[in-house]
Design a binder for this molecule. Structure first.
Ligand code: GLA
Length: 403
């Protein structure tokens, strides 16, 4: 090979090598897990909070349980500099995002950030429309691993939304770094149908979760059961790399949250929080805690760190639970798992205790099984073709049914 041919081949190979990025549809083989600033802290965020939360994620055992990302939501921005580079609020993040990302990475965690497909974010701060390539390069240079991309202040129609999300996904792809794109258009433009095509990895299914069971004041707040109901019909769109983002876990907020306490968000019972964890795991939603990780009660830890329910969420088959039964009092869901077993959830939506039966053959799982209760952490039946038992109001019982 002559010298110039050798050099150009080497150059080509090295550029191919350095620009080699994970294909976008392989960025999130399992639902992302982590912690998000918004629902408790809203704009009261700064680098100290993020560092302390990173420490708490490690020390509290959350990282080892699978929680990996710290997502900085809206109100981190400080505008643009003279070269139009987006900059963080210097009072909140005096040492800049790169130093913060380095710290988060040093803990074995990843860092997410937030922007919006318009000129202003939902909170009214600097967003990325028209600056997608520049902002994506900036995020990459900071070491950002995930972008939540919102859709406030943008046109209603689906074609524009697709175009704007595709533009940002392409910019992230060109940035030289693997950055996940979380699409946040609240399920208003059937995003589940086009998320993958435009380069996104997850799609919000609902308006913002409020810290409540159900929207009884009819002000447009979404409670836990409301989000279950809007997400259940979307199960067929769920697959590895395409996740239904049911918004943040409100476990541990107890009515003390910022935005999650609006619109009737008075707080939930522990039974209802356990149902949220159960159903978000059954339906393969990303798990984004939003409580104060520096002080988590034992009962919240029991819910958030249950390895058996997390294993269902993270199952590599990547299917969402299908709703097999729905009536005025209860719902039954079945999720197939990679090892051939099934997760079965019985959700009491009524206000009274119920005795429910899960007849496995009727649910499409014929045969005799061992039935494991993932909240009681024990096998409750062997060689069984059904499970029958009590389910308290707003409780979800979850079982793994296996040979
Ligand atoms: C929208 C999103 C929320 C949050 C806020 C921030 O409402 O749906 O999750 O990101 O914007 O302003």
């Amino acid at each position: 090979m002559n010298k110039s041919l050798f050099l150009s081949t080497a150059l080509l190979l090295s550029s191919l090598f350095t620009s080699a990025q994970t294909p976008r549809n392989q960025l999130t083989p399992r639902p992302p897990m982590g912690w998000m600033t918004w629902n408790l802290f809203q704009g009261n965020i700064n680098e100290q909070l993020i560092r302390e939360t990173a420490d708490a994620m490690v020390e509290g055992g959350f990282r080892d349980a699978g929680y990996e990302y710290i997502f900085i939501d809206d109100l981190w921005q400080g505008g643009r500099d003279r070269q139009n580079n987006i900059i963080p609020d210097p009072e909140k993040f005096p040492n800049g995002m790169k130093a913060l990302a380095d710290y988060v990475h040093s803990k074995g965690l990843k860092l997410g950030i937030y922007s919006d497909a318009a000129q202003l974010t939902c909170g009214g701060w600097t967003a990325s429309l028209g600056f997608e390539e520049q902002d994506a390069r900036t995020f990459a240079s900071w070491g950002i691993d995930y972008l939540k991309y919102d859709y406030c202040n943008a046109p209603e129609d689906s074609a524009t939304a697709r175009h704007r999300y595709r533009t940002m996904a392409n910019a992230l792809q060109n940035s030289g770094r693997d950055i996940v794109l979380g699409i946040c258009e609240w399920g208003q433009r059937q995003c589940e149908e086009w998320c993958e095509e435009v380069g996104g990895q997850l799609w919000r299914t609902s308006y913002d979760v409020r810290d409540m069971w159900k929207d009884i004041v009819k002000e447009g707040g979404m409670g836990i059961i409301d989000i279950v109901n809007v997400t259940a019909p979307l199960a067929k769109y769920v697959r590895p790399g395409q996740w239904p983002d049911m918004d943040m876990l409100v476990v541990g907020l107890n009515g003390t949250g910022g935005p999650s306490s609006d619109l009737g968000g008075v707080g939930c019972t522990q039974t209802e929080y356990q149902t949220q964890m159960s159903m978000w795991c059954m339906m393969a939603s990303p798990l984004a805690m939003t409580n104060d990780l520096r002080k988590v009660s034992e009962d919240d830890r029991r819910i958030l760190l249950n390895p058996e329910i997390i294993a269902i969420n993270q199952d590599v088959l990547g299917k969402a639970a299908e709703r097999k039964v729905m009536n005025d009092n209860y719902q039954i869901f079945v999720r197939p798992l990679a090892d051939g077993s099934h997760a079965v959830a019985l959700l009491n939506t009524s206000e009274k205790p119920l005795t429910l039966t899960a007849d496995f053959a009727v649910l499409g799982i014929s045969g005799k099984y061992t039935v494991r209760d993932v909240w009681q952490h024990k096998d409750v039946a062997r060689n069984a073709s059904k499970w029958k038992g009590h389910v308290m109001p707003h409780e979800t019982r979850v079982f793994v049914v296996k040979k």
